[in-house]
Design a binder for this molecule. Structure first.
Ligand SMILES: *Cc1c(COP(=O)(O)O)cnc(C)c1O
Length: 463
C-alpha cells in the first residue's frame, strides 16, 4: 500500500489519479484534461492576522498547500522572495483613494505586474522539486507580454530548469520585450515567432506533446492554470484583509480578469475562511465570463484587442475550477460541460449551476471608453496614474455602494508598462519605476523563428 499524498490534489474532471503539490506543479494540466484543485481546502487559520508580514502569510498558506511534498525550508525560501524582491515593508500595499475605496497594489515586483508575485515563489518551489528528484525541467510558455516577462525574471539563473518563452514577433510592447530579452540568463531562450499569440500557444502544445523533447527531461509549462501559481496568489488577499482589520468581513474585492486565475485565488481565500463580503470579476469587452453569468450560455468569441491587453482572453481557463466548486464538486458535470465547450465553443449552463455560480461571484464588463475615462478620473480626483487593467476594476468598483463596507480594486500592473494607453487618456506618459529603468541600454537576446514546430525544435536543440 502506498500512503496517499498529503495534501492531495484532484482533477476537476475526475478521471486522473490524485497527486501531491509537486505533481500538480510539474504537470500543469491534469492528464484527463482537467485542472488540479485541493482534495480538501485547508484552513487559513492565523494567516489573516493583522500583524503578520507578507512573507509570514505566504509561508503559512503555502505550507498548508505544499504539505509533505517539499522541505519546509523550500517554502520559507520561496516566501522570503516577497521580502527580497519587493521593495518596501508591504509587498502589496493597500492604498485608500477615497473613504472606503481602496486599490491593492500588486505591481511592485521585478517586472511591475502582478504575475511576479506568484511566479517568484513558484520558481523557488520548482527548483527545490527538481533538486529533490535529481531531474532537469524544461519549461515552455507562450506569452502576450506579462507572463513571459515574469517567468524570465523568476526562472532566470535557476538551477536544473531551462525556460523557453515564445512571443509573437512585433506584437508585444517594447517594454515587455525588453524585460524578456535583456536579462542575460543563460538558461532562458526567447523565441520571437513570426505569427500571433495563438500560433505561440499552438507551438507550446506541440512542444509539450513532443516525445523527442521529453526523452531525457521533464517538459512542462507555467501558464495560468498551474496550481502553483494559483496557490501563490492567495496570500495577498490575506494581506488585504489584515490591512482592513475589523472591516475585512464587509469588503468587496473587484478583480481585473482575463483567465480568472487572480479572481479564483480570491474565491479560494474565502473558501479557506478569509473574511470577505463579495467578489466581482471585471472584464474588458472580452466578456465571455460576464455573458455566461448573465445569460447562462458560456460561449467562446473571437478575442478583440483592447487597452487592457493582458485580459484579452476569449475562454477564461480557470472558469472550470469555479464550475467544479459551484456544482458541489461534480466532476462528471464539469467534464461534460468543458468537453462540449472544447468541441462546440458554446455550452448552456444548467439552471441550478448558474444560480450557484451567481452566489459565488458576479462579473461586469467595462467598455474601452469607460476604461480611458477611469484613467482620467482617477488622475483628476485622486492624483494617481493607473494602468488600463486597474482602470477596468476601478471603474466597476466606483459603481458599487460603499455604505455597507469597503471596496477594494486589485491593481495588477504599473502604468508605465502601458504608456500608450495612459498617454492617450491623460496626455502625458507615466513615470517609470526603478525596475523599468535602463532597459533600452541593455543587450537583447532572442531568436526569430517561423511558426512551425520544426523551427522551434531546431532552435531549442541547437543551444
Ligand atoms: C494576467 C493579467 C491580468 C489577468 O489575470 P487573470 O488571472 O488571467 O485573470 C490582469 N492584469 C494584468 C496586468 C495581467 O498581467
Amino acid at each position: 500500500m502506498t500512503a496517499s499524498p498529503f495534501p492531495a490534489y484532484i482533477s476537476t474532471r475526475g478521471a486522473a489519479p490524485s497527486t501531491d503539490f509537486v505533481g500538480a506543479l510539474l504537470a500543469g494540466m491534469a492528464p484527463d484534461g482537467g485542472l488540479y484543485v485541493p482534495a480538501s481546502w485547508p484552513d487559513l487559520q492565523g494567516a489573516s492576522g493583522q500583524s503578520a508580514s507578507a512573507a509570514a502569510r505566504a509561508n503559512a498558506i503555502l505550507t498548508a498547500f505544499v504539505g509533505d511534498a517539499l522541505e519546509a525550508d523550500a517554502v520559507a525560501r520561496a516566501s522570503a522572495r516577497l521580502t527580497d524582491r519587493f521593495p518596501g515593508p508591504e509587498a502589496t500595499p493597500l492604498v485608500e483613494l477615497e473613504p472606503g475605496l481602496f486599490v491593492l497594489e500588486l505591481f511592485h515586483g521585478p517586472t511591475a505586474a502582478f504575475k511576479d508575485y506568484a511566479m517568484q515563489m513558484v520558481a523557488v518551489l520548482a527548483e527545490a522539486a527538481m533538486a529533490g528528484r535529481g531531474e532537469r525541467l524544461l519549461l515552455v510558455t507562450a506569452t502576450s507580454g506579462d507572463t513571459g516577462a515574469a517567468a524570465v525574471r523568476a526562472f532566470g539563473g535557476v538551477d536544473r530548469i531551462d525556460l523557453v518563452v515564445l512571443h509573437p514577433l512585433g506584437r508585444v510592447s517594447p517594454v515587455q520585450r525588453l524585460q524578456m530579452t535583456t536579462t542575460g540568463a543563460a538558461n532562458v531562450l526567447n523565441l520571437a515567432v513570426r505569427g500571433d499569440f495563438d500560433d505561440c500557444q499552438r507551438l507550446v502544445k506541440g512542444l509539450l506533446a513532443d516525445p523527442g523533447l521529453s526523452a531525457d527531461r521533464r517538459v512542462s509549462s507555467v501558464n495560468s492554470i498551474n496550481w502553483g501559481r494559483l496557490a501563490g496568489q492567495i496570500p495577498y488577499y490575506a494581506s488585504a484583509a489584515g490591512a482592513l482589520g475589523s472591516e475585512a468581513g464587509k469588503a468587496t474585492y473587484v478583480v481585473p480578469t482575463g483567465n480568472f486565475g487572480d479572481a479564483f485565488a480570491g474565491w479560494g481565500a474565502r473558501r479557506m475562511g478569509l473574511p470577505m463580503a463579495g467578489l466581482i470579476a471585471a472584464t474588458n469587452r472580452n466578456d465571455a465570463l460576464a455573458r455566461a453569468l448573465d445569460t447562462g450560455v458560456y460561449e467562446r468569441a473571437t478575442a478583440s484587442p483592447t487597452a487592457s491587453v493582458s485580459m484579452d482572453v476569449q475562454a477564461p481557463s480557470n472558469f472550470e475550477r469555479l464550475v467544479f466548486e459551484a456544482s458541489g464538486r461534480d466532476a462528471d458535470l464539469t467534464r461534460g460541460l468543458f468537453g462540449d465547450f472544447a468541441r462546440d465553443g458554446r455550452v448552456s449552463l444548467p439552471g441550478e449551476l448558474l444560480a450557484a455560480l451567481r452566489r459565488e461571484v458576479s462579473a461586469v464588463s467595462v467598455s474601452e471608453a469607460d476604461t480611458a475615462q477611469e484613467i482620467a478620473r482617477t488622475w483628476a480626483d485622486n492624483g494617481r496614474v493607473i494602468c488600463p487593467h486597474t482602470a477596468v476594476a476601478l471603474h466597476a468598483a466606483r459603481g458599487l455602494d460603499r455604505s455597507g463596507g469597503p471596496v477594494v480594486a486589485l491593481s495588477t500592473a504599473h502604468p508605465a508598462k502601458f504608456p500608450e494607453a495612459v498617454e492617450a487618456a491623460l496626455g502625458f506618459a507615466p513615470e517609470r519605476p526603478p525596475q523599468l529603468e535602463g532597459l533600452e541600454g541593455r543587450t537583447e537576446r532572442f531568436e526569430t523563428v517561423e511558426p512551425t514546430l520544426e523551427a522551434v525544435l531546431a532552435a531549442i536543440g541547437s543551444r
